[in-house]
Write a protein that binds this ligand. Structure first.
Ligand code: DGP
Length: 113
């Protein structure tokens, strides 16, 4: 998708610190980390937000979580971590390309702010 910053990161047109990539998924460090470890996991396919998902995306969305597990293992996040989809304006979504936040290395409170 033209003008999508995360599509450009996936295509390596914009630099980022990529920590994982495969045919379907790219994961890179968040530019503005909210925890000692803060990774964004995205599908290569441009999907703006959760409402745009179709049943065909079920496996892809599962892949995001499995990549999160793989990265968390690699980072040694043995005491847990938080996985977040910010979705839409009230959900705090700033970038309109679905992304799973993986945050670890500190304790998080609940409810989220
Ligand atoms: P959200 O609010 O859920 O849409 O989170 C978007 C995140 O994307 C936010 O934590 C900052 C991060 N971000 C925005 N632009 C860039 C960028 O150009 N590079 C990287 N690495 N992260 C970015």
């Amino acid at each position: 998708m033209e003008n999508c910053i995360f599509c450009k990161i996936a295509a390596k047109e914009i630099p980022s610190t990529i920590v994982y990539e495969d045919e379907h998924i790219v994961a890179f460090r968040d530019l503005n980390p909210q925890a000692p470890e803060h990774i964004l996991i995205i599908p290569r396919k441009h999907i703006a937000r959760i409402e745009a998902l179709t049943a065909n995306d079920t496996e892809l969305m599962g892949r995001l979580v499995f990549v999160a597990k793989h990265i968390a293992d690699n980072l040694g996040l043995k005491n847990g971590y938080r996985l977040v989809f910010n979705n839409g304006a009230n959900g705090g979504q700033e970038v309109e390309h679905i992304h799973l936040h993986l945050m670890g290395g500190r304790k998080f409170s609940w409810p989220a702010g």
